[in-house]
Design a binder for this molecule. Sequence first.
Ligand SMILES: Nc1nc2c(ncn2[C@@H]2O[C@H](COP(=O)(O)OP(=O)(O)OP(=O)(O)O)[C@@H](O)[C@H]2O)c(=O)[nH]1
Ligand SMILES: [Mg+2]
Length: 368
Amino acid sequence: MSLSLVIVGLPSSGKTTVFNALTRAEAATGTYTTAEDQPNLAMVKVPDRRLDVLAGLFKPKKVVPADVQYVDVAGLAKGMGERGLGGQLLGHLAQGQALVHVVRAFADENVPHPEDTVDPLRDIETLNLELAFSDLGIIEKRLERIRNTIGKTRGPEREANEREAAILERLRVAVEEGTPIREVELTEDERKVLRGFGFLTGKPLLILLNLGEEQLGAEGERLVAAARERFGRPQVEVAALAGKIEMELAQLDPADAAEFMADLGIAESGLDRVIGLSYDLLGLISFLTAGPDECRAWTIPAGSTAVEAAGAIHSDLARGFIRAEVVAYDDLVASGSLPEARKRGLLRAEGRTYIVKDGDVIEILFNI
Ligand SMILES: Nc1nc2c(ncn2[C@@H]2O[C@H](COP(=O)(O)OP(=O)(O)OP(=O)(O)O)[C@@H](O)[C@H]2O)c(=O)[nH]1
Ligand SMILES: [Mg+2]
């Protein structure tokens, strides 16, 4: 499973600049993209120091980090969601596992703002509303279709339609009251019914304030605190980065970038931070596999069992699962090798229902 994050925001908020910063891509910025333009796509390796350390121990032929896909789409102008986002743009948004909302905080009179003034809190509100309007439009359309056709259905088909209509009706009320779908309590079965819709307010949201260089420090912190106070909710996180500088940083070689970051007082690059926050937001963890052929990181939802972790590698491993041999990353590093970890009793055999922990180094034994 590779994680897919879609970057959204008002026009000219710096989405493509941030995309470049996060992916080291060199997509053109300042181009006033429209809904018809193809999105920018990039896969990024998830930085994971543990993998480098394991590679030092195992000297594998290959090191394979987990990856994250970023999608940078056109700006969402005020009113677009209300009129109903259609086609391609909605399709891209609906497919993301989470949304990264790039909000303009930087001041620059050469960059036009749709509202003439820079006001990040207002813009967050505007985009939230557009996303809610888009969901509402889809809910209403689907409800109307069910209403128009339900008379012709019977038996299980009719029951399924009625169930779906009841769930959508609940969502409609919630969204109209200003509650995002991610906050509506749903059973696992209800979630299944809704999965295909890809509702935008149902996705975890990372609000990313795009700061000007001069806002790094106290002002940036104040803005983050204000945004968090007003918009911080379950599955919503607020962070900031200076998009334009980080884009330049991403294009430097690592040693120069480190020096430049130290000068600016940036502790962690936007790239590392945004991935870390996205994992937290989505409740994802990594487990590792290590051997002479390959050291690799895998992404799974927190709370996954050993057999689910096996399935993330390959469905055969889940199907023929016998047991998992597990050692915590720190224990493995302290032991220096798997045989030594086994000797110290740190390498354990775990069954199907073992809950995998972040950083577990796992070997799946299976038989098919
Ligand atoms: N001063 C300053 N300018 C920035 C910053 N981030 C982006 N810009 C500028 O703002 C303009 C728009 O940036 P883009 O990254 O293209 O914005 P966008 O959101 O992708 O724009 P659309 O895709 O057209 O909606 C460009 O001229 C950028 O150089 C920043 O942090 N500071
Ligand atoms: Mg753009």
